[in-house]
Structure formats: structure tokens, C-alpha cells
Design a protein around this ligand. Sequence first.
Ligand code: BMA
Length: 374
Amino acid sequence: MRKAVLFFVLIISIERNALAQTALPCDKHATQETINLYNNLKRSLDRGVMLGHQDDLAYGVGWKYEDGRSDIKDIVGDYPAVMGFELGRIELDHPVNLDSVPFDKMRGFIKTAYAHGSVITISWHLNNPLTGKTAWDLSPKQTIASILPGGEKNALYNSWLDKVAAFFLSLKDAKGEYIPIIFRPFHELNGSWFWWGGKNCTPDEIKHLYQYTESYLRDTTAVHNLLYAFNTDKFYSADEYLERFPGDDYTDVLGFDIYQRNSNDEFMKDANNMLSMLDSISFAHNKIPALTEFGYANLPDSMWWTNVLLPVLKSHKVAYALAWRNAGVKKIDDTEFYMPYKGQASANNFILFCNDEKILLQQDAAKEKLYQTH
Ligand code: BMA
């Protein structure tokens, strides 16, 4: 009898090893598809950079909610390999997010993108739970203390996390399996423009909040289809990058956000410096490096893609690079886009950029079979 049990245990462990060669993400109970995504993102670093776009399927410059449309597809005939979405206002039970995207439609876009092999990443510009105002409301500075256990807004914050969890748990494919998501909470946390960032809290506070949030989603609400992305804004040293790092047990992807606000040379210098630091930090911590947001507002340089971004991306290992949203005309004299659209000055150059073998779109991602065990 005892021998039989031992034999059985042996067979199971051999099977597990054979099945795997796989490392586990920080959620040790992650679903198999999520584990696969984690391992395949690491593997894909040698293949190239997956190009991403926020709200790509929802709207573009001059259009909204046209079935199957995408500003990128309009130009190059394929969709991005990474699709970004945003949960801000889900905590308030609003039917649409802070950029007016209905959560029901978002769920549909996510299912479609997943079915076609793309990677999904989600950010959350959550309101300030202490003041009830937006993510950009910086007063007062005790917000984090108020939402951690013992704080007056802890129950409220937990109820927000319950809503976020319900959304993640509603993301299932046609077979009923959970869709893996790269969740990127508390982004740009070294900058001081969000209540969770920079001077608005201490490094320890934001670390605790990150850990608390993740433990709650994972252990209390049993969400196991998430990889976690940690990301800063511009940074100047590894120490600065890691000052607010919640730890290896809480992160899978390491990234930063970068926007071009000055000359091409300056941008390339900054991007190369930061990517070199990210290369070594993510190697040392065994994490997946990514450019979690990038953009050059309204793309005034028609050659930017091949002259500036391509050489930067090709000198480093980055799993993906996500351009921010093509909001189009927001108000008179306020237009926002980071990907070209048909007819935009940099559109032809963008085609050349996408033709590079290291730049991966949705069809390339599909070939990588990112959700399968290899
Ligand atoms: C910002 C801008 C805003 C938007 C916010 C959240 O960078 O694009 O218009 O509301 O992100 O998506």
C-alpha cells in the first residue's frame, strides 16, 4: 500500500516537471493560461517587441465603436499584439469608464483580442477614496493610511476591490476559461500627479498598498488570472526605480512610462538609459521587462517611428510597448493621439516600422501561442 502511494506521488511529480519546465508567476495559484502567458512572455523577449495600443478597438481619431475597426489596422492591416484597457470608475458602479468606454463593450473587446492571440493589460485610474474626487486629487495626503486596515476608508476600498475582482472574474473565453490579464495598478508611482504617487505618500505606504491590494484580489476574492505589472514614470537610477518596489513576490512585469516632450535626441538618450537600467533590474529580479506606456503626443515628426523608436526598441529586450490612447479631438484645441491614423503625417513611416521583423503585431503574437504550454 505504502509503495503504491509513493509510486503515485513519484508519477505526479514527474508529470508536473515534464508538463512544466515552467516557472510560476507571483500568484502561485494562477490559472494554467496565466502561467503560460508568464513563461511565454519571457520566451518572446528573443523574438521581438509586441506593439500595443490603449483602447485600440474602442475608438480612434474621428470614430467610435465601429465593429472591427482600429486605427492601426486601418494603416497596416493587422491589430496590435497588446491591447490596453482602463478600469477607472468601475469602483463607483458606473456603466462607463472615465474615458466613456462602456464596461460591457470593454469585456467584449477583451474577449475578441484574447481569441485572436493578443495580450491584454489593464490600468486603473481609481478615484481618491478619501475625498471621493479623481485619481489626480492630491489632497489630503493621508489617503493611503485611510484605506489600509484600521483606516476609516478600508471597508470602502475593499468594496472597490470587490468590483474590480468581479470584472476580472467575468473575463472568460468561449470555453469558460479565465482570460489572463496583466494588471498594472498604481502606475507611474514615482511621479506626484496621482494620490498614490511621489510626494503624496511614503515609499512604505505605497508598497503596503500594492501588497494589500494584490493579496486581497488573490486571497480574498480568489482572482487567479492576473500577472502584476509594476511601473514608474521617468527615473534616473536603479535605486530610484526600486524605492517603491513592493517585492518579487508581488510582481511579474517591470516597466516604466515614457512620453517624448523634447527633441528626438533627448528622448532617445532618456529611453536608452532607462531601458538599460530596466534590462539589468528585470534580469536581476527575474521579471519581464516592458515599456508599459509610451507616446509622442500627436506625432509631429513624420519619420519618428523608424528614426527614433525603432532603434531604441531594437537595442534592448522588452516584451511589449504600449502606446497610449487615440482619444482624437477631446475639446477645441485639445487633441490626443499616440498612434497614427490613416492619412496622419507619420502613417507611412509607421508601416515601415511595423514591417521590421522585431516589431510584433497580433498575427505574430498569435503564432507565439502565448496562452499554451510549450
Ligand atoms: C490620460 C489621458 C486622459 C485619460 C487618462 C485615463 O493620460 O489620456 O484623457 O482620461 O489618461 O485613461
